[in-house]
Write a protein that binds this ligand. Sequence first.
Ligand code: CA
Length: 655
Amino acid sequence: MNIQDYEKFDRENAYYGSDLGALIIDNKTQFKVWAPEASAVFLNLYQEGEGDNLIESNPMIRQEKGVWAITVYKNLDGIFYTYTFEYNGVRNETIDIYAKACGINGERGAVVDFSSTNPKNWDNVKNPECVIPCDAVIYETNVRDFSIDITSGVSEKNRGRFLAFTESGTSYKGTATCLDHLKSLGITHVHLLPVFDFSTIDERIPITENQSYNWGYDPKNYNCLEGSYSTNPYDPKVRIREFKEMIKALHENNIGVIMDVVYNHTFESEKSSFHKTFPFYYHRTKNNWFSNGSGCGNELASERAMVRKYILDSVEFWAREYKIDGFRFDLMGLIDIETVNLIRDKLNEINPQILMYGEGWTGGETPMSSAKLACKWNSYQFARVGLFNDNLRDAVKGSVFNIYDKGFVSGNIHTVNTIKRGLAGSVPHSQLIGNDEACFAYNPSQTVNYCEAHDNHTLWDKLAVSTENFTADERIKMDKLSAAIVLLSQGVPFLELGQDFLRSKPKIPNDRETDKNIPFNGNSYNAPDETNSIKWNQKAENISVFRYYKALISLRKKYPQLRLRKRECIESQMRFFNTGDSSIIGYTLENNDPKSKSVIAILLNPYTDNKTANLPEGEYTVILNSNGEDELKLNKTISGQVQLDAISALVLLKK
Ligand code: CA
């Protein structure tokens, strides 16, 4: 299409009705699609999600604002459909971008009566409470990785699938796995890698036998669920019902569900359903071709009226239909700030407790003005939306772009100031100098603190390579200190499943990973289960590490001063003190609530030796030692100076 001015085009042509897609109304089914430049549009009805079984094909009628519509005087629940668009005499068939259900491999949409997809008692399923974002403890996992390994203890029929999350009582050699593990650790939200329909896994092959693997950052249908995670991807309702069963089970255990959403690019460019529906409207362009701000071949033009509306409609659909508790925006830096703020407004209308955060960067060069993008450097313009704190991540363990680089826990004391900034929620603080890059958050809720996610090497693998000369015991201390920094920092803590039991992603023969000297996979998006799956035996083998993480989470939940909600609170309730050594960090956090008044002091020792550090005045008791134990009951009082174990965190309560 040769549209010079999209703003003008949108003013004249945008359609704001809420009825795009297939809609069952009484005994009729209405189809509507926006395609103002098409010369003809047809609705094709099919019996199945694939194959030669066309029922009929009918022209749609052009209405106001370039919407094409047709009403079939039947309830088409369970029938499959596509559209054919004609541009310049050329016809292309595609799935409806607004399809909310689909058949095998997402090739055809399906008309579905959603009221018939609800599990028993679904209407009474409530979103778990999360009063402020800093109350959350987010735990990232992938549906397939979670249970595909035999050590998960999940029944074979559910392994690698949504329903695995509904199985309680699973264990490996007496150690809780899967759902029981989530409950035991005490996390508040499970963050799932993509569960919307993605492209590169052939759903016809059962996941337990499927040699292909993909995380799912290859979007095909934003409003449909991925079929390979269901027990029957041919029946559009099965994946919907099973995903709801999963959410129900997690909600009943007081665990929220966060979706990873990838509204920044589509897997296909020319062949994508968006391009077939309206060429070059949904994607940004440069020199009359797809621009590549995502690094994946194209990028969505979120600033255009109907793309923005599409994203808003999609997020709203997931939040309402599936009771989703949070959204993580992949490459959010490619989405324009106005759209990001409108999404937050929309979520507030639905449920203000729904979490929203994203990656504040892009994957390549975009033609969009950098002033308009929801990137980290513009953070104050979308202060209600969280951002991954890569500054803290790299300060903790060393840069993710250089596996040999060290961080605070591995003895790189040059990172002390960035660690302090992270501990203080990445907001301004009068005791910290400068307005550096790491000081990006308007309020602590704007920083998502982490030191491991699905991208890059696992924390344990990074430590193994970057601290080769240290003992495994010392590396375990480094892992635990990393977790302490994440969970004792102001902001929203984020962990990856398995981090709490030293997850590793060993390379396998013929791995595509390029650096031959490194035995671990640092970009495992399409590596096989052998690399990616959670090996639950590792939890049993590293149970003391798991217990330490659990103790940190429990401490964080117990003391509200670890979850301060505003920048002003951090200024007034958090104080760094002089430990006697500038590399040993010490700070106090006050809780001024008259009913639960308390002061805690936290010390972080990066040295490989035991150290003595100064304390602020007063008498203290240890509430979290390097083994994760609470010594309150011992009634032992410390004042003046305190002994710190090598590479460890110590948390004290003032008497
Ligand atoms: Ca798929």
